[in-house]
Design a protein around this ligand. Structure first.
Ligand code: NAG
Ligand code: NAG
Ligand code: NAG
Length: 271
C-alpha cells in the first residue's frame, strides 16, 4: 500500500505540480529492521522509512524503537571560538510515504543526554523542489540537548514573492510543562490543516499558528507542498548563529558516547 502510494506519486505526478493528497493512516514502532532501509540498499523504497546516513548511524529494536546516533567527526574536531572545525555525522531517516493537509503526525521520542549543540529534530520536509532549498517547506519540532527544559517549534514556507529564508521568524521556544525532553519519552505531534498548524506535546496543544497570521510584508508564508516525515540528529556546531542557538559547540572530549536519540513510534492520523 505504502509502496504503491509512493511509486504512483513519483510516476504520475509532474515534479512541480500541486499534487493531490490522500491521507493514509500509518503507525510503526520501529521494532524490526524491515521498517528502515538504507539509501544504498538494492530496493530502499520498499520500506516505510529510508536512512540517508551511514548504517552505523541508526538501529531498530523492539524495546527502544529507532535509535538515531550522532557519530564523532573523523579525527575529532578543533574548537575555534563558538564553532568547531568539523561536525559529527548524524542520522537522517525520511519516510517513503507522504503526508499533507488533513493529517496529524505524532512522534514519540526521548532526546539525547549530552551537553552541546546536539539537535534532535523531527520534521516534515517538503518532498518536491528538493533542489531548490529556498522553496522548501518545513514544519519542525526541535529538541536541543543543552536546553532540556524547553522544546522548539518552527516552520519555513518561503514563497516566490518572498523567497528569503527568514530564519527564526516563525520559531518559538516553549518551556516544558512537565519534566524534561531528555531521558523521558514524550509524544510530539504536528497537525496540518487547511487553516492552521498545531503543535502538541502529550496531546496538549502548545502552539497554534493560523494561516491568516502567516503574512510577511504582504507575502503568504504557508506550506504549499506535501511532505515526507524526516527524523534526525545533527550537530549544530558549524556556524556561529546556529551554534549559539543550540548552545554549542559540542565539546567532543567531554562527550560520553554514544550520543543517541530514541524514536519509539511514528503515527499518522487522518482528520
Ligand atoms: C577561526 O575562525 C576565524 C573566523 O571566525 C578564522 O579567521 C580563523 O582562520 C580560524 N582559525 C583556525 C585556526 O581555523
Ligand atoms: C530527506 O530529508 C532530508 C532532511 O530534511 C532532506 O535534505 C532530503 O532532501 C530528504 N530526502 C528525500 C528523498 O526526501
Ligand atoms: C506529569 O508527568 C507525570 C509522570 O509522567 C504524570 O503522572 C502527570 O500526570 C503529568 N502532569 C501533567 C500536568 O501533565
Amino acid at each position: 500500500m505504502l509502496v504503491f502510494l509512493y511509486t504512483s506519486f513519483l510516476l504520475t505526478i509532474p515534479l512541480f505540480a500541486q499534487e493531490t493528497y490522500n491521507c493514509v493512516p500509518f503507525q510503526t514502532n520501529f521494532d524490526s529492521p524491515e521498517t528502515v532501509s538504507n539509501i544504498n540498499d538494492v530496493n530502499p523504497f520498499s520500506s516505510p522509512f529510508i536512512a540517508l546516513s551511514p548504517p552505523e548511524s541508526y538501529a531498530t529494536s523492539s524495546d527502544r524503537g529507532l535509535t538515531l546516533r550522532l557519530l564523532p567527526p573523523d579525527g575529532g574536531a578543533r574548537r575555534n571560538g563558538s564553532v568547531n572545525d568539523k561536525l559529527g555525522i548524524g542520522a537522517t531517516v525520511n519516510s517513503t510515504f507522504i503526508i499533507g493537509r488533513g493529517s496529524i503526525t505524532t512522534f514519540e521520542m526521548e532526546s539525547a543526554q549530552q551537553a552541546g549543540s546536539i539537535v534532535a529534530a523531527i520534521w516534515t520536509d517538503s518532498n518536491d523542489n528538493l533542489n531548490d532549498a529556498v522553496r522548501r517547506d518545513e514544519i519542525d519540532w526541535e529538541l536541543i540537548s543543552a536546553d532540556q527544559e524547553a522544546y522548539q517549534t518552527n516552520f519555513y514556507a518561503p514563497t516566490e514573492n518572498d523567497p528569503s529564508p527568514h530564519y527564526g521568524i516563525f520559531g518559538e521556544r516553549h518551556r516544558t510543562q512537565n519534566g524534561s525532553t531528555i531521558s523521558e519519552t514524550h509524544q510530539y505531534s504536528i497537525l496540518l490543516a487547511e487553516d492552521r498548524i498545531e503543535w502538541a506535546v502529550d496531546g496538549i496543544i502548545v502552539r497554534t499558528h493560523s494561516k491568516e497570521n502567516s503574512y510577511i510584508d504582504g507575502a503568504l508564508w504557508w506550506p504549499r507542498h506535501n511532505f515526507v516525515v524526516s527524523l534526525g540528529i545533527w550537530d549544530g556546531s558549524g556556524a556561529k548563529g546556529t551554534s549559539h542557538w543550540a548552545k554549542g559547540p559540542i565539546m567532543w572530549d567531554e562527550v560520553v558516547e554514544p550520543i543517541e536519540v530514541f524514536v519509539k513510534m511514528v503515527k499518522v492520523e487522518c482528520i
